[in-house]
Ligand binder design. Sequence first.
Ligand SMILES: Cc1cc2nc3c(=O)[nH]c(=O)nc-3n(C[C@H](O)[C@H](O)[C@H](O)COP(=O)(O)OP(=O)(O)OC[C@H]3O[C@@H](n4cnc5c(N)ncnc54)[C@H](O)[C@@H]3O)c2cc1C
Length: 380
Amino acid sequence: MDFRLTDEQQVLRKSVREFAEAEIRPHVMEWDEAQHFPESLVREMAALGLMAVQLPEEYDGSAMSAVDYCICIEELARVDPAVALSVAAHNGLCSSHIFMFGTDAQRQKYLPPLARGEMLGAWGLTEPTSGSDAAGMRTTAVRQGECWVINGAKTFITHGSTGGVMVVMAVTDRALGNRGISAFIVERGTPGMRPGKKENKLGMRASDTSEVVFTDCRVPAHHLLGELGQGFVNTMQVLDAGRIGIAALSVGLAQGAYEAATKYALQRRQFGQPIAAFQATQWKVADLATRIEAARLLTYRAAYLKDRGQRTTRESAMAKLFAAETAVHAADECVQIHGGYGFVKDYPAEKYFRDVKLLTIGEGTSEIQRLVIARQLLSE
Ligand SMILES: Cc1cc2nc3c(=O)[nH]c(=O)nc-3n(C[C@H](O)[C@H](O)[C@H](O)COP(=O)(O)OP(=O)(O)OC[C@H]3O[C@@H](n4cnc5c(N)ncnc54)[C@H](O)[C@@H]3O)c2cc1C
């Protein structure tokens, strides 16, 4: 077992960190307050290979590993978790689904522009009445001649109003339950598809989250993604990989909060000494650093196994569960160490505290991760 990053991975971490510090850090609060994700940043990230980290070069991807992907997402999240969320949804849900299950023609058509940052990818599973119980979706796709006609609504969709292409899950045969759900590629501007309400969010505000409504939206038959009836099964495989990305996002956010907390603890003086001199603060710092390191190891293990072609349902869920809950704790302690200054927008603590809550909810809540882990353990 070798726990060291390669020289290339260290260079990758350094370059993404420098980019995030220079191009993202100065704008974090402005984008958060305006709920704005700048398109120019997408192009810049694409130039660094961040919009197609794991795609092969033939699709203009960076052909990096899952561990490399974790490093990229971590470094973005350390500075702005909202930007990292958008990058993770684009790479880990939309592009990944098309790459894993698309035909050659679908891959050729959609992956290069997604990789070049010419458009953002969205992925629609959640509906107003089906979140954790995703298979209970109501959106339908009915075959009519050479088209599929989609009706329904997806909610809380990352890039729901800004995405150029969306992977949409819909029921194609209700009688078949999970095996009667299929995935479709829907391009922005397709008649019958329109963005609905843009959510005004607690955190992750720079990342667009919107409803998407389908009313007699006709897509050509060849927009079926993967086999008919396999959409839900494929979705679970996409999520196995996607959750590693959310785990990495959690590690990065926790790292950012930890660094902000320790920096402040060394500067802030009370009772004639830095608050870092109090053992109560030191224990917080020690516990945080230890938990973050453990979360990072679980995350890299899941990524390492994915890189070796292994199915990682249990490992991804464990990494996502532990890393997300670690991040919530880190953001909480970060505010606590800042005292009243953690409650105001002049310091980064309050934004980490707002952003972090998504991590125990998105791509499966903590309760659902426990359910997945328990199912895996008890069926072994
Ligand atoms: C910012 C943001 C971005 C998102 N991006 C996307 C996206 O791009 N695409 C997409 O498809 N979705 C997206 N989502 C949706 C997200 O995946 C869902 O919100 C999440 O899966 C939870 O579903 P829900 O909100 O309907 O909660 P519910 O499923 O209603 O859950 C409510 C509570 O009940 C608990 N619960 C439910 N079932 C069980 C059970 N069996 N056992 C124990 N507890 C249970 C949950 O853990 C939770 O605590 C996003 C959400 C947000 C907030």
